[in-house]
Design a protein around this ligand. Structure first.
Ligand code: P6P
Length: 335
């Protein structure tokens, strides 16, 4: 008789771990439930996007000065309303809004959520992979800190997640020292995973970066980019989707390093945001046997100075990140 594979759900993962207090676990379940529901909603909208006339530009710029896509706004409103309904989120920081939004709470241990509701939205109009990224933090102070202070005092994420809208819809969750991959069953609406923690493969050969900017990189990075294609044994191959979640996910499953370095000029601090892109991806990577740095330090040791602070991002399996750090003169001896 054919054995049916046994799957777990994100609910099972949260319930299995004892690293959270009972009340905090309830808040986590509510927040993860909101992420799942938002994933189902966005996946359904993206599948029909071109037919609904929602894949284009909203003809406005966000606080980052970036052109907003209609689905960026839809993603923002979708996740915001779902988190609001949990009554378990004290404040939300989003790439799409300058200031955090404070929400009414009923749970004893409410949480903080930092999110990029739709990352890589320039891929929407060409039907290429995009994602949503979430960092869930425990408020470190019960005093009436300002919403901004709550995030600036946040420690490492309690739970991190991303949704990848692609051939299938994946939900990757990192919690209590493990990273797990779940896949949306479009028929049942459930996100199902094997229960086996996901780990980066070693000796990966993929690097992901936009080499168009190479002339603006520091010399040591230009030399690294040349070395990995010529003298390194084996040489590396370039794969780049233009959406962090898509590039990271392929690298997580096949073994690869993602690089978005600082550049001379307007990207002197890099492009990606610390609180709702670099932190979550660093947390997910760490619990999958990887590391994220800003080229010099572990991302998770960087204290945020501002809500939308940008950082250079190097993230991937430990062996490839250590190799990068060695080759660019910043060895990571202690991590
Ligand atoms: P570029 C998307 O805008 C994003 O923030 C990441 O998802 C992606 O990896 C990067 O920027 C792409 O940037 O400059 O190569 O288009």
């Amino acid at each position: 008789m054919e054995t049916v594979p046994s799957f777990i759900t994100p609910f099972d993962l949260i319930m299995q771990k004892t690293s959270a207090t009972e009340s905090e676990r309830i808040s986590l379940l509510l927040v993860v439930g909101a992420i799942e529901q938002g994933g189902r909603t966005m996946a359904a909208l993206l599948r029909k996007g071109p037919l609904l006339g929602i894949t284009g530009s909203a003809l406005v710029k966000n606080i980052q000065g970036e052109e907003v896509q209609k689905l960026d706004q839809i993603g923002q409103e979708t996740f915001l309303s779902l988190f609001r309904r949990t009554r378990a989120v004290r404040s939300i920081l989003s790439e799409e809004a300058e200031d955090p939004e404070s929400l009414s709470v009923e749970q004893i241990n409410p949480l903080l959520v930092a999110m990029d509701p739709l990352d890589g939205s320039s891929n929407i109009s060409v039907n290429a992979p995009i994602g949503s990224i979430f960092g869930v933090f425990r408020p470190t102070h019960s005093d009436p800190a300002s919403p901004a202070d709550l995030f600036l005092r946040a420690s490492s994420p309690l739970l991190s997640a991303y949704l990848l809208y692609s051939v299938s819809t994946s939900l990757v969750l990192s919690f209590a020292g493990e990273t797990h991959v779940f896949t949306l069953d479009p028929d049942s609406g459930e996100f199902l995973g094997t229960g086996v923690p996901c780990r980066f493969p070693e000796k990966g050969k993929i690097y992901s970066t936009n080499e168009a900017y190479l002339p603006h990189w520091e010399k040591s990075l230009q030399e690294y980019a040349a070395w990995i294609k010529t003298e390194r044994k084996p040489p590396m191959i370039l794969r780049y989707i233009g959406a962090l979640v898509g590039d990271f996910h392929r690298n997580l499953l096949k073994g690869g390093i993602y690089l978005y370095p600082a550049e001379a000029g307007e990207k002197a601090s890099g492009k990606l945001r610390l609180l709702y892109e670099a932190y979550p991806m660093a947390h997910i990577a760490k619990n999958a046997g990887g590391i994220a740095t800003d080229g010099k330090r572990d991302i998770l040791t960087i204290e945020p100075r501002s809500l939308h602070q940008r950082v250079p991002l190097v993230v991937g399996p430990s062996d490839l990140v250590h190799e990068f750090q060695e080759m660019t003169g910043n060895p990571l001896s202690d991590i």
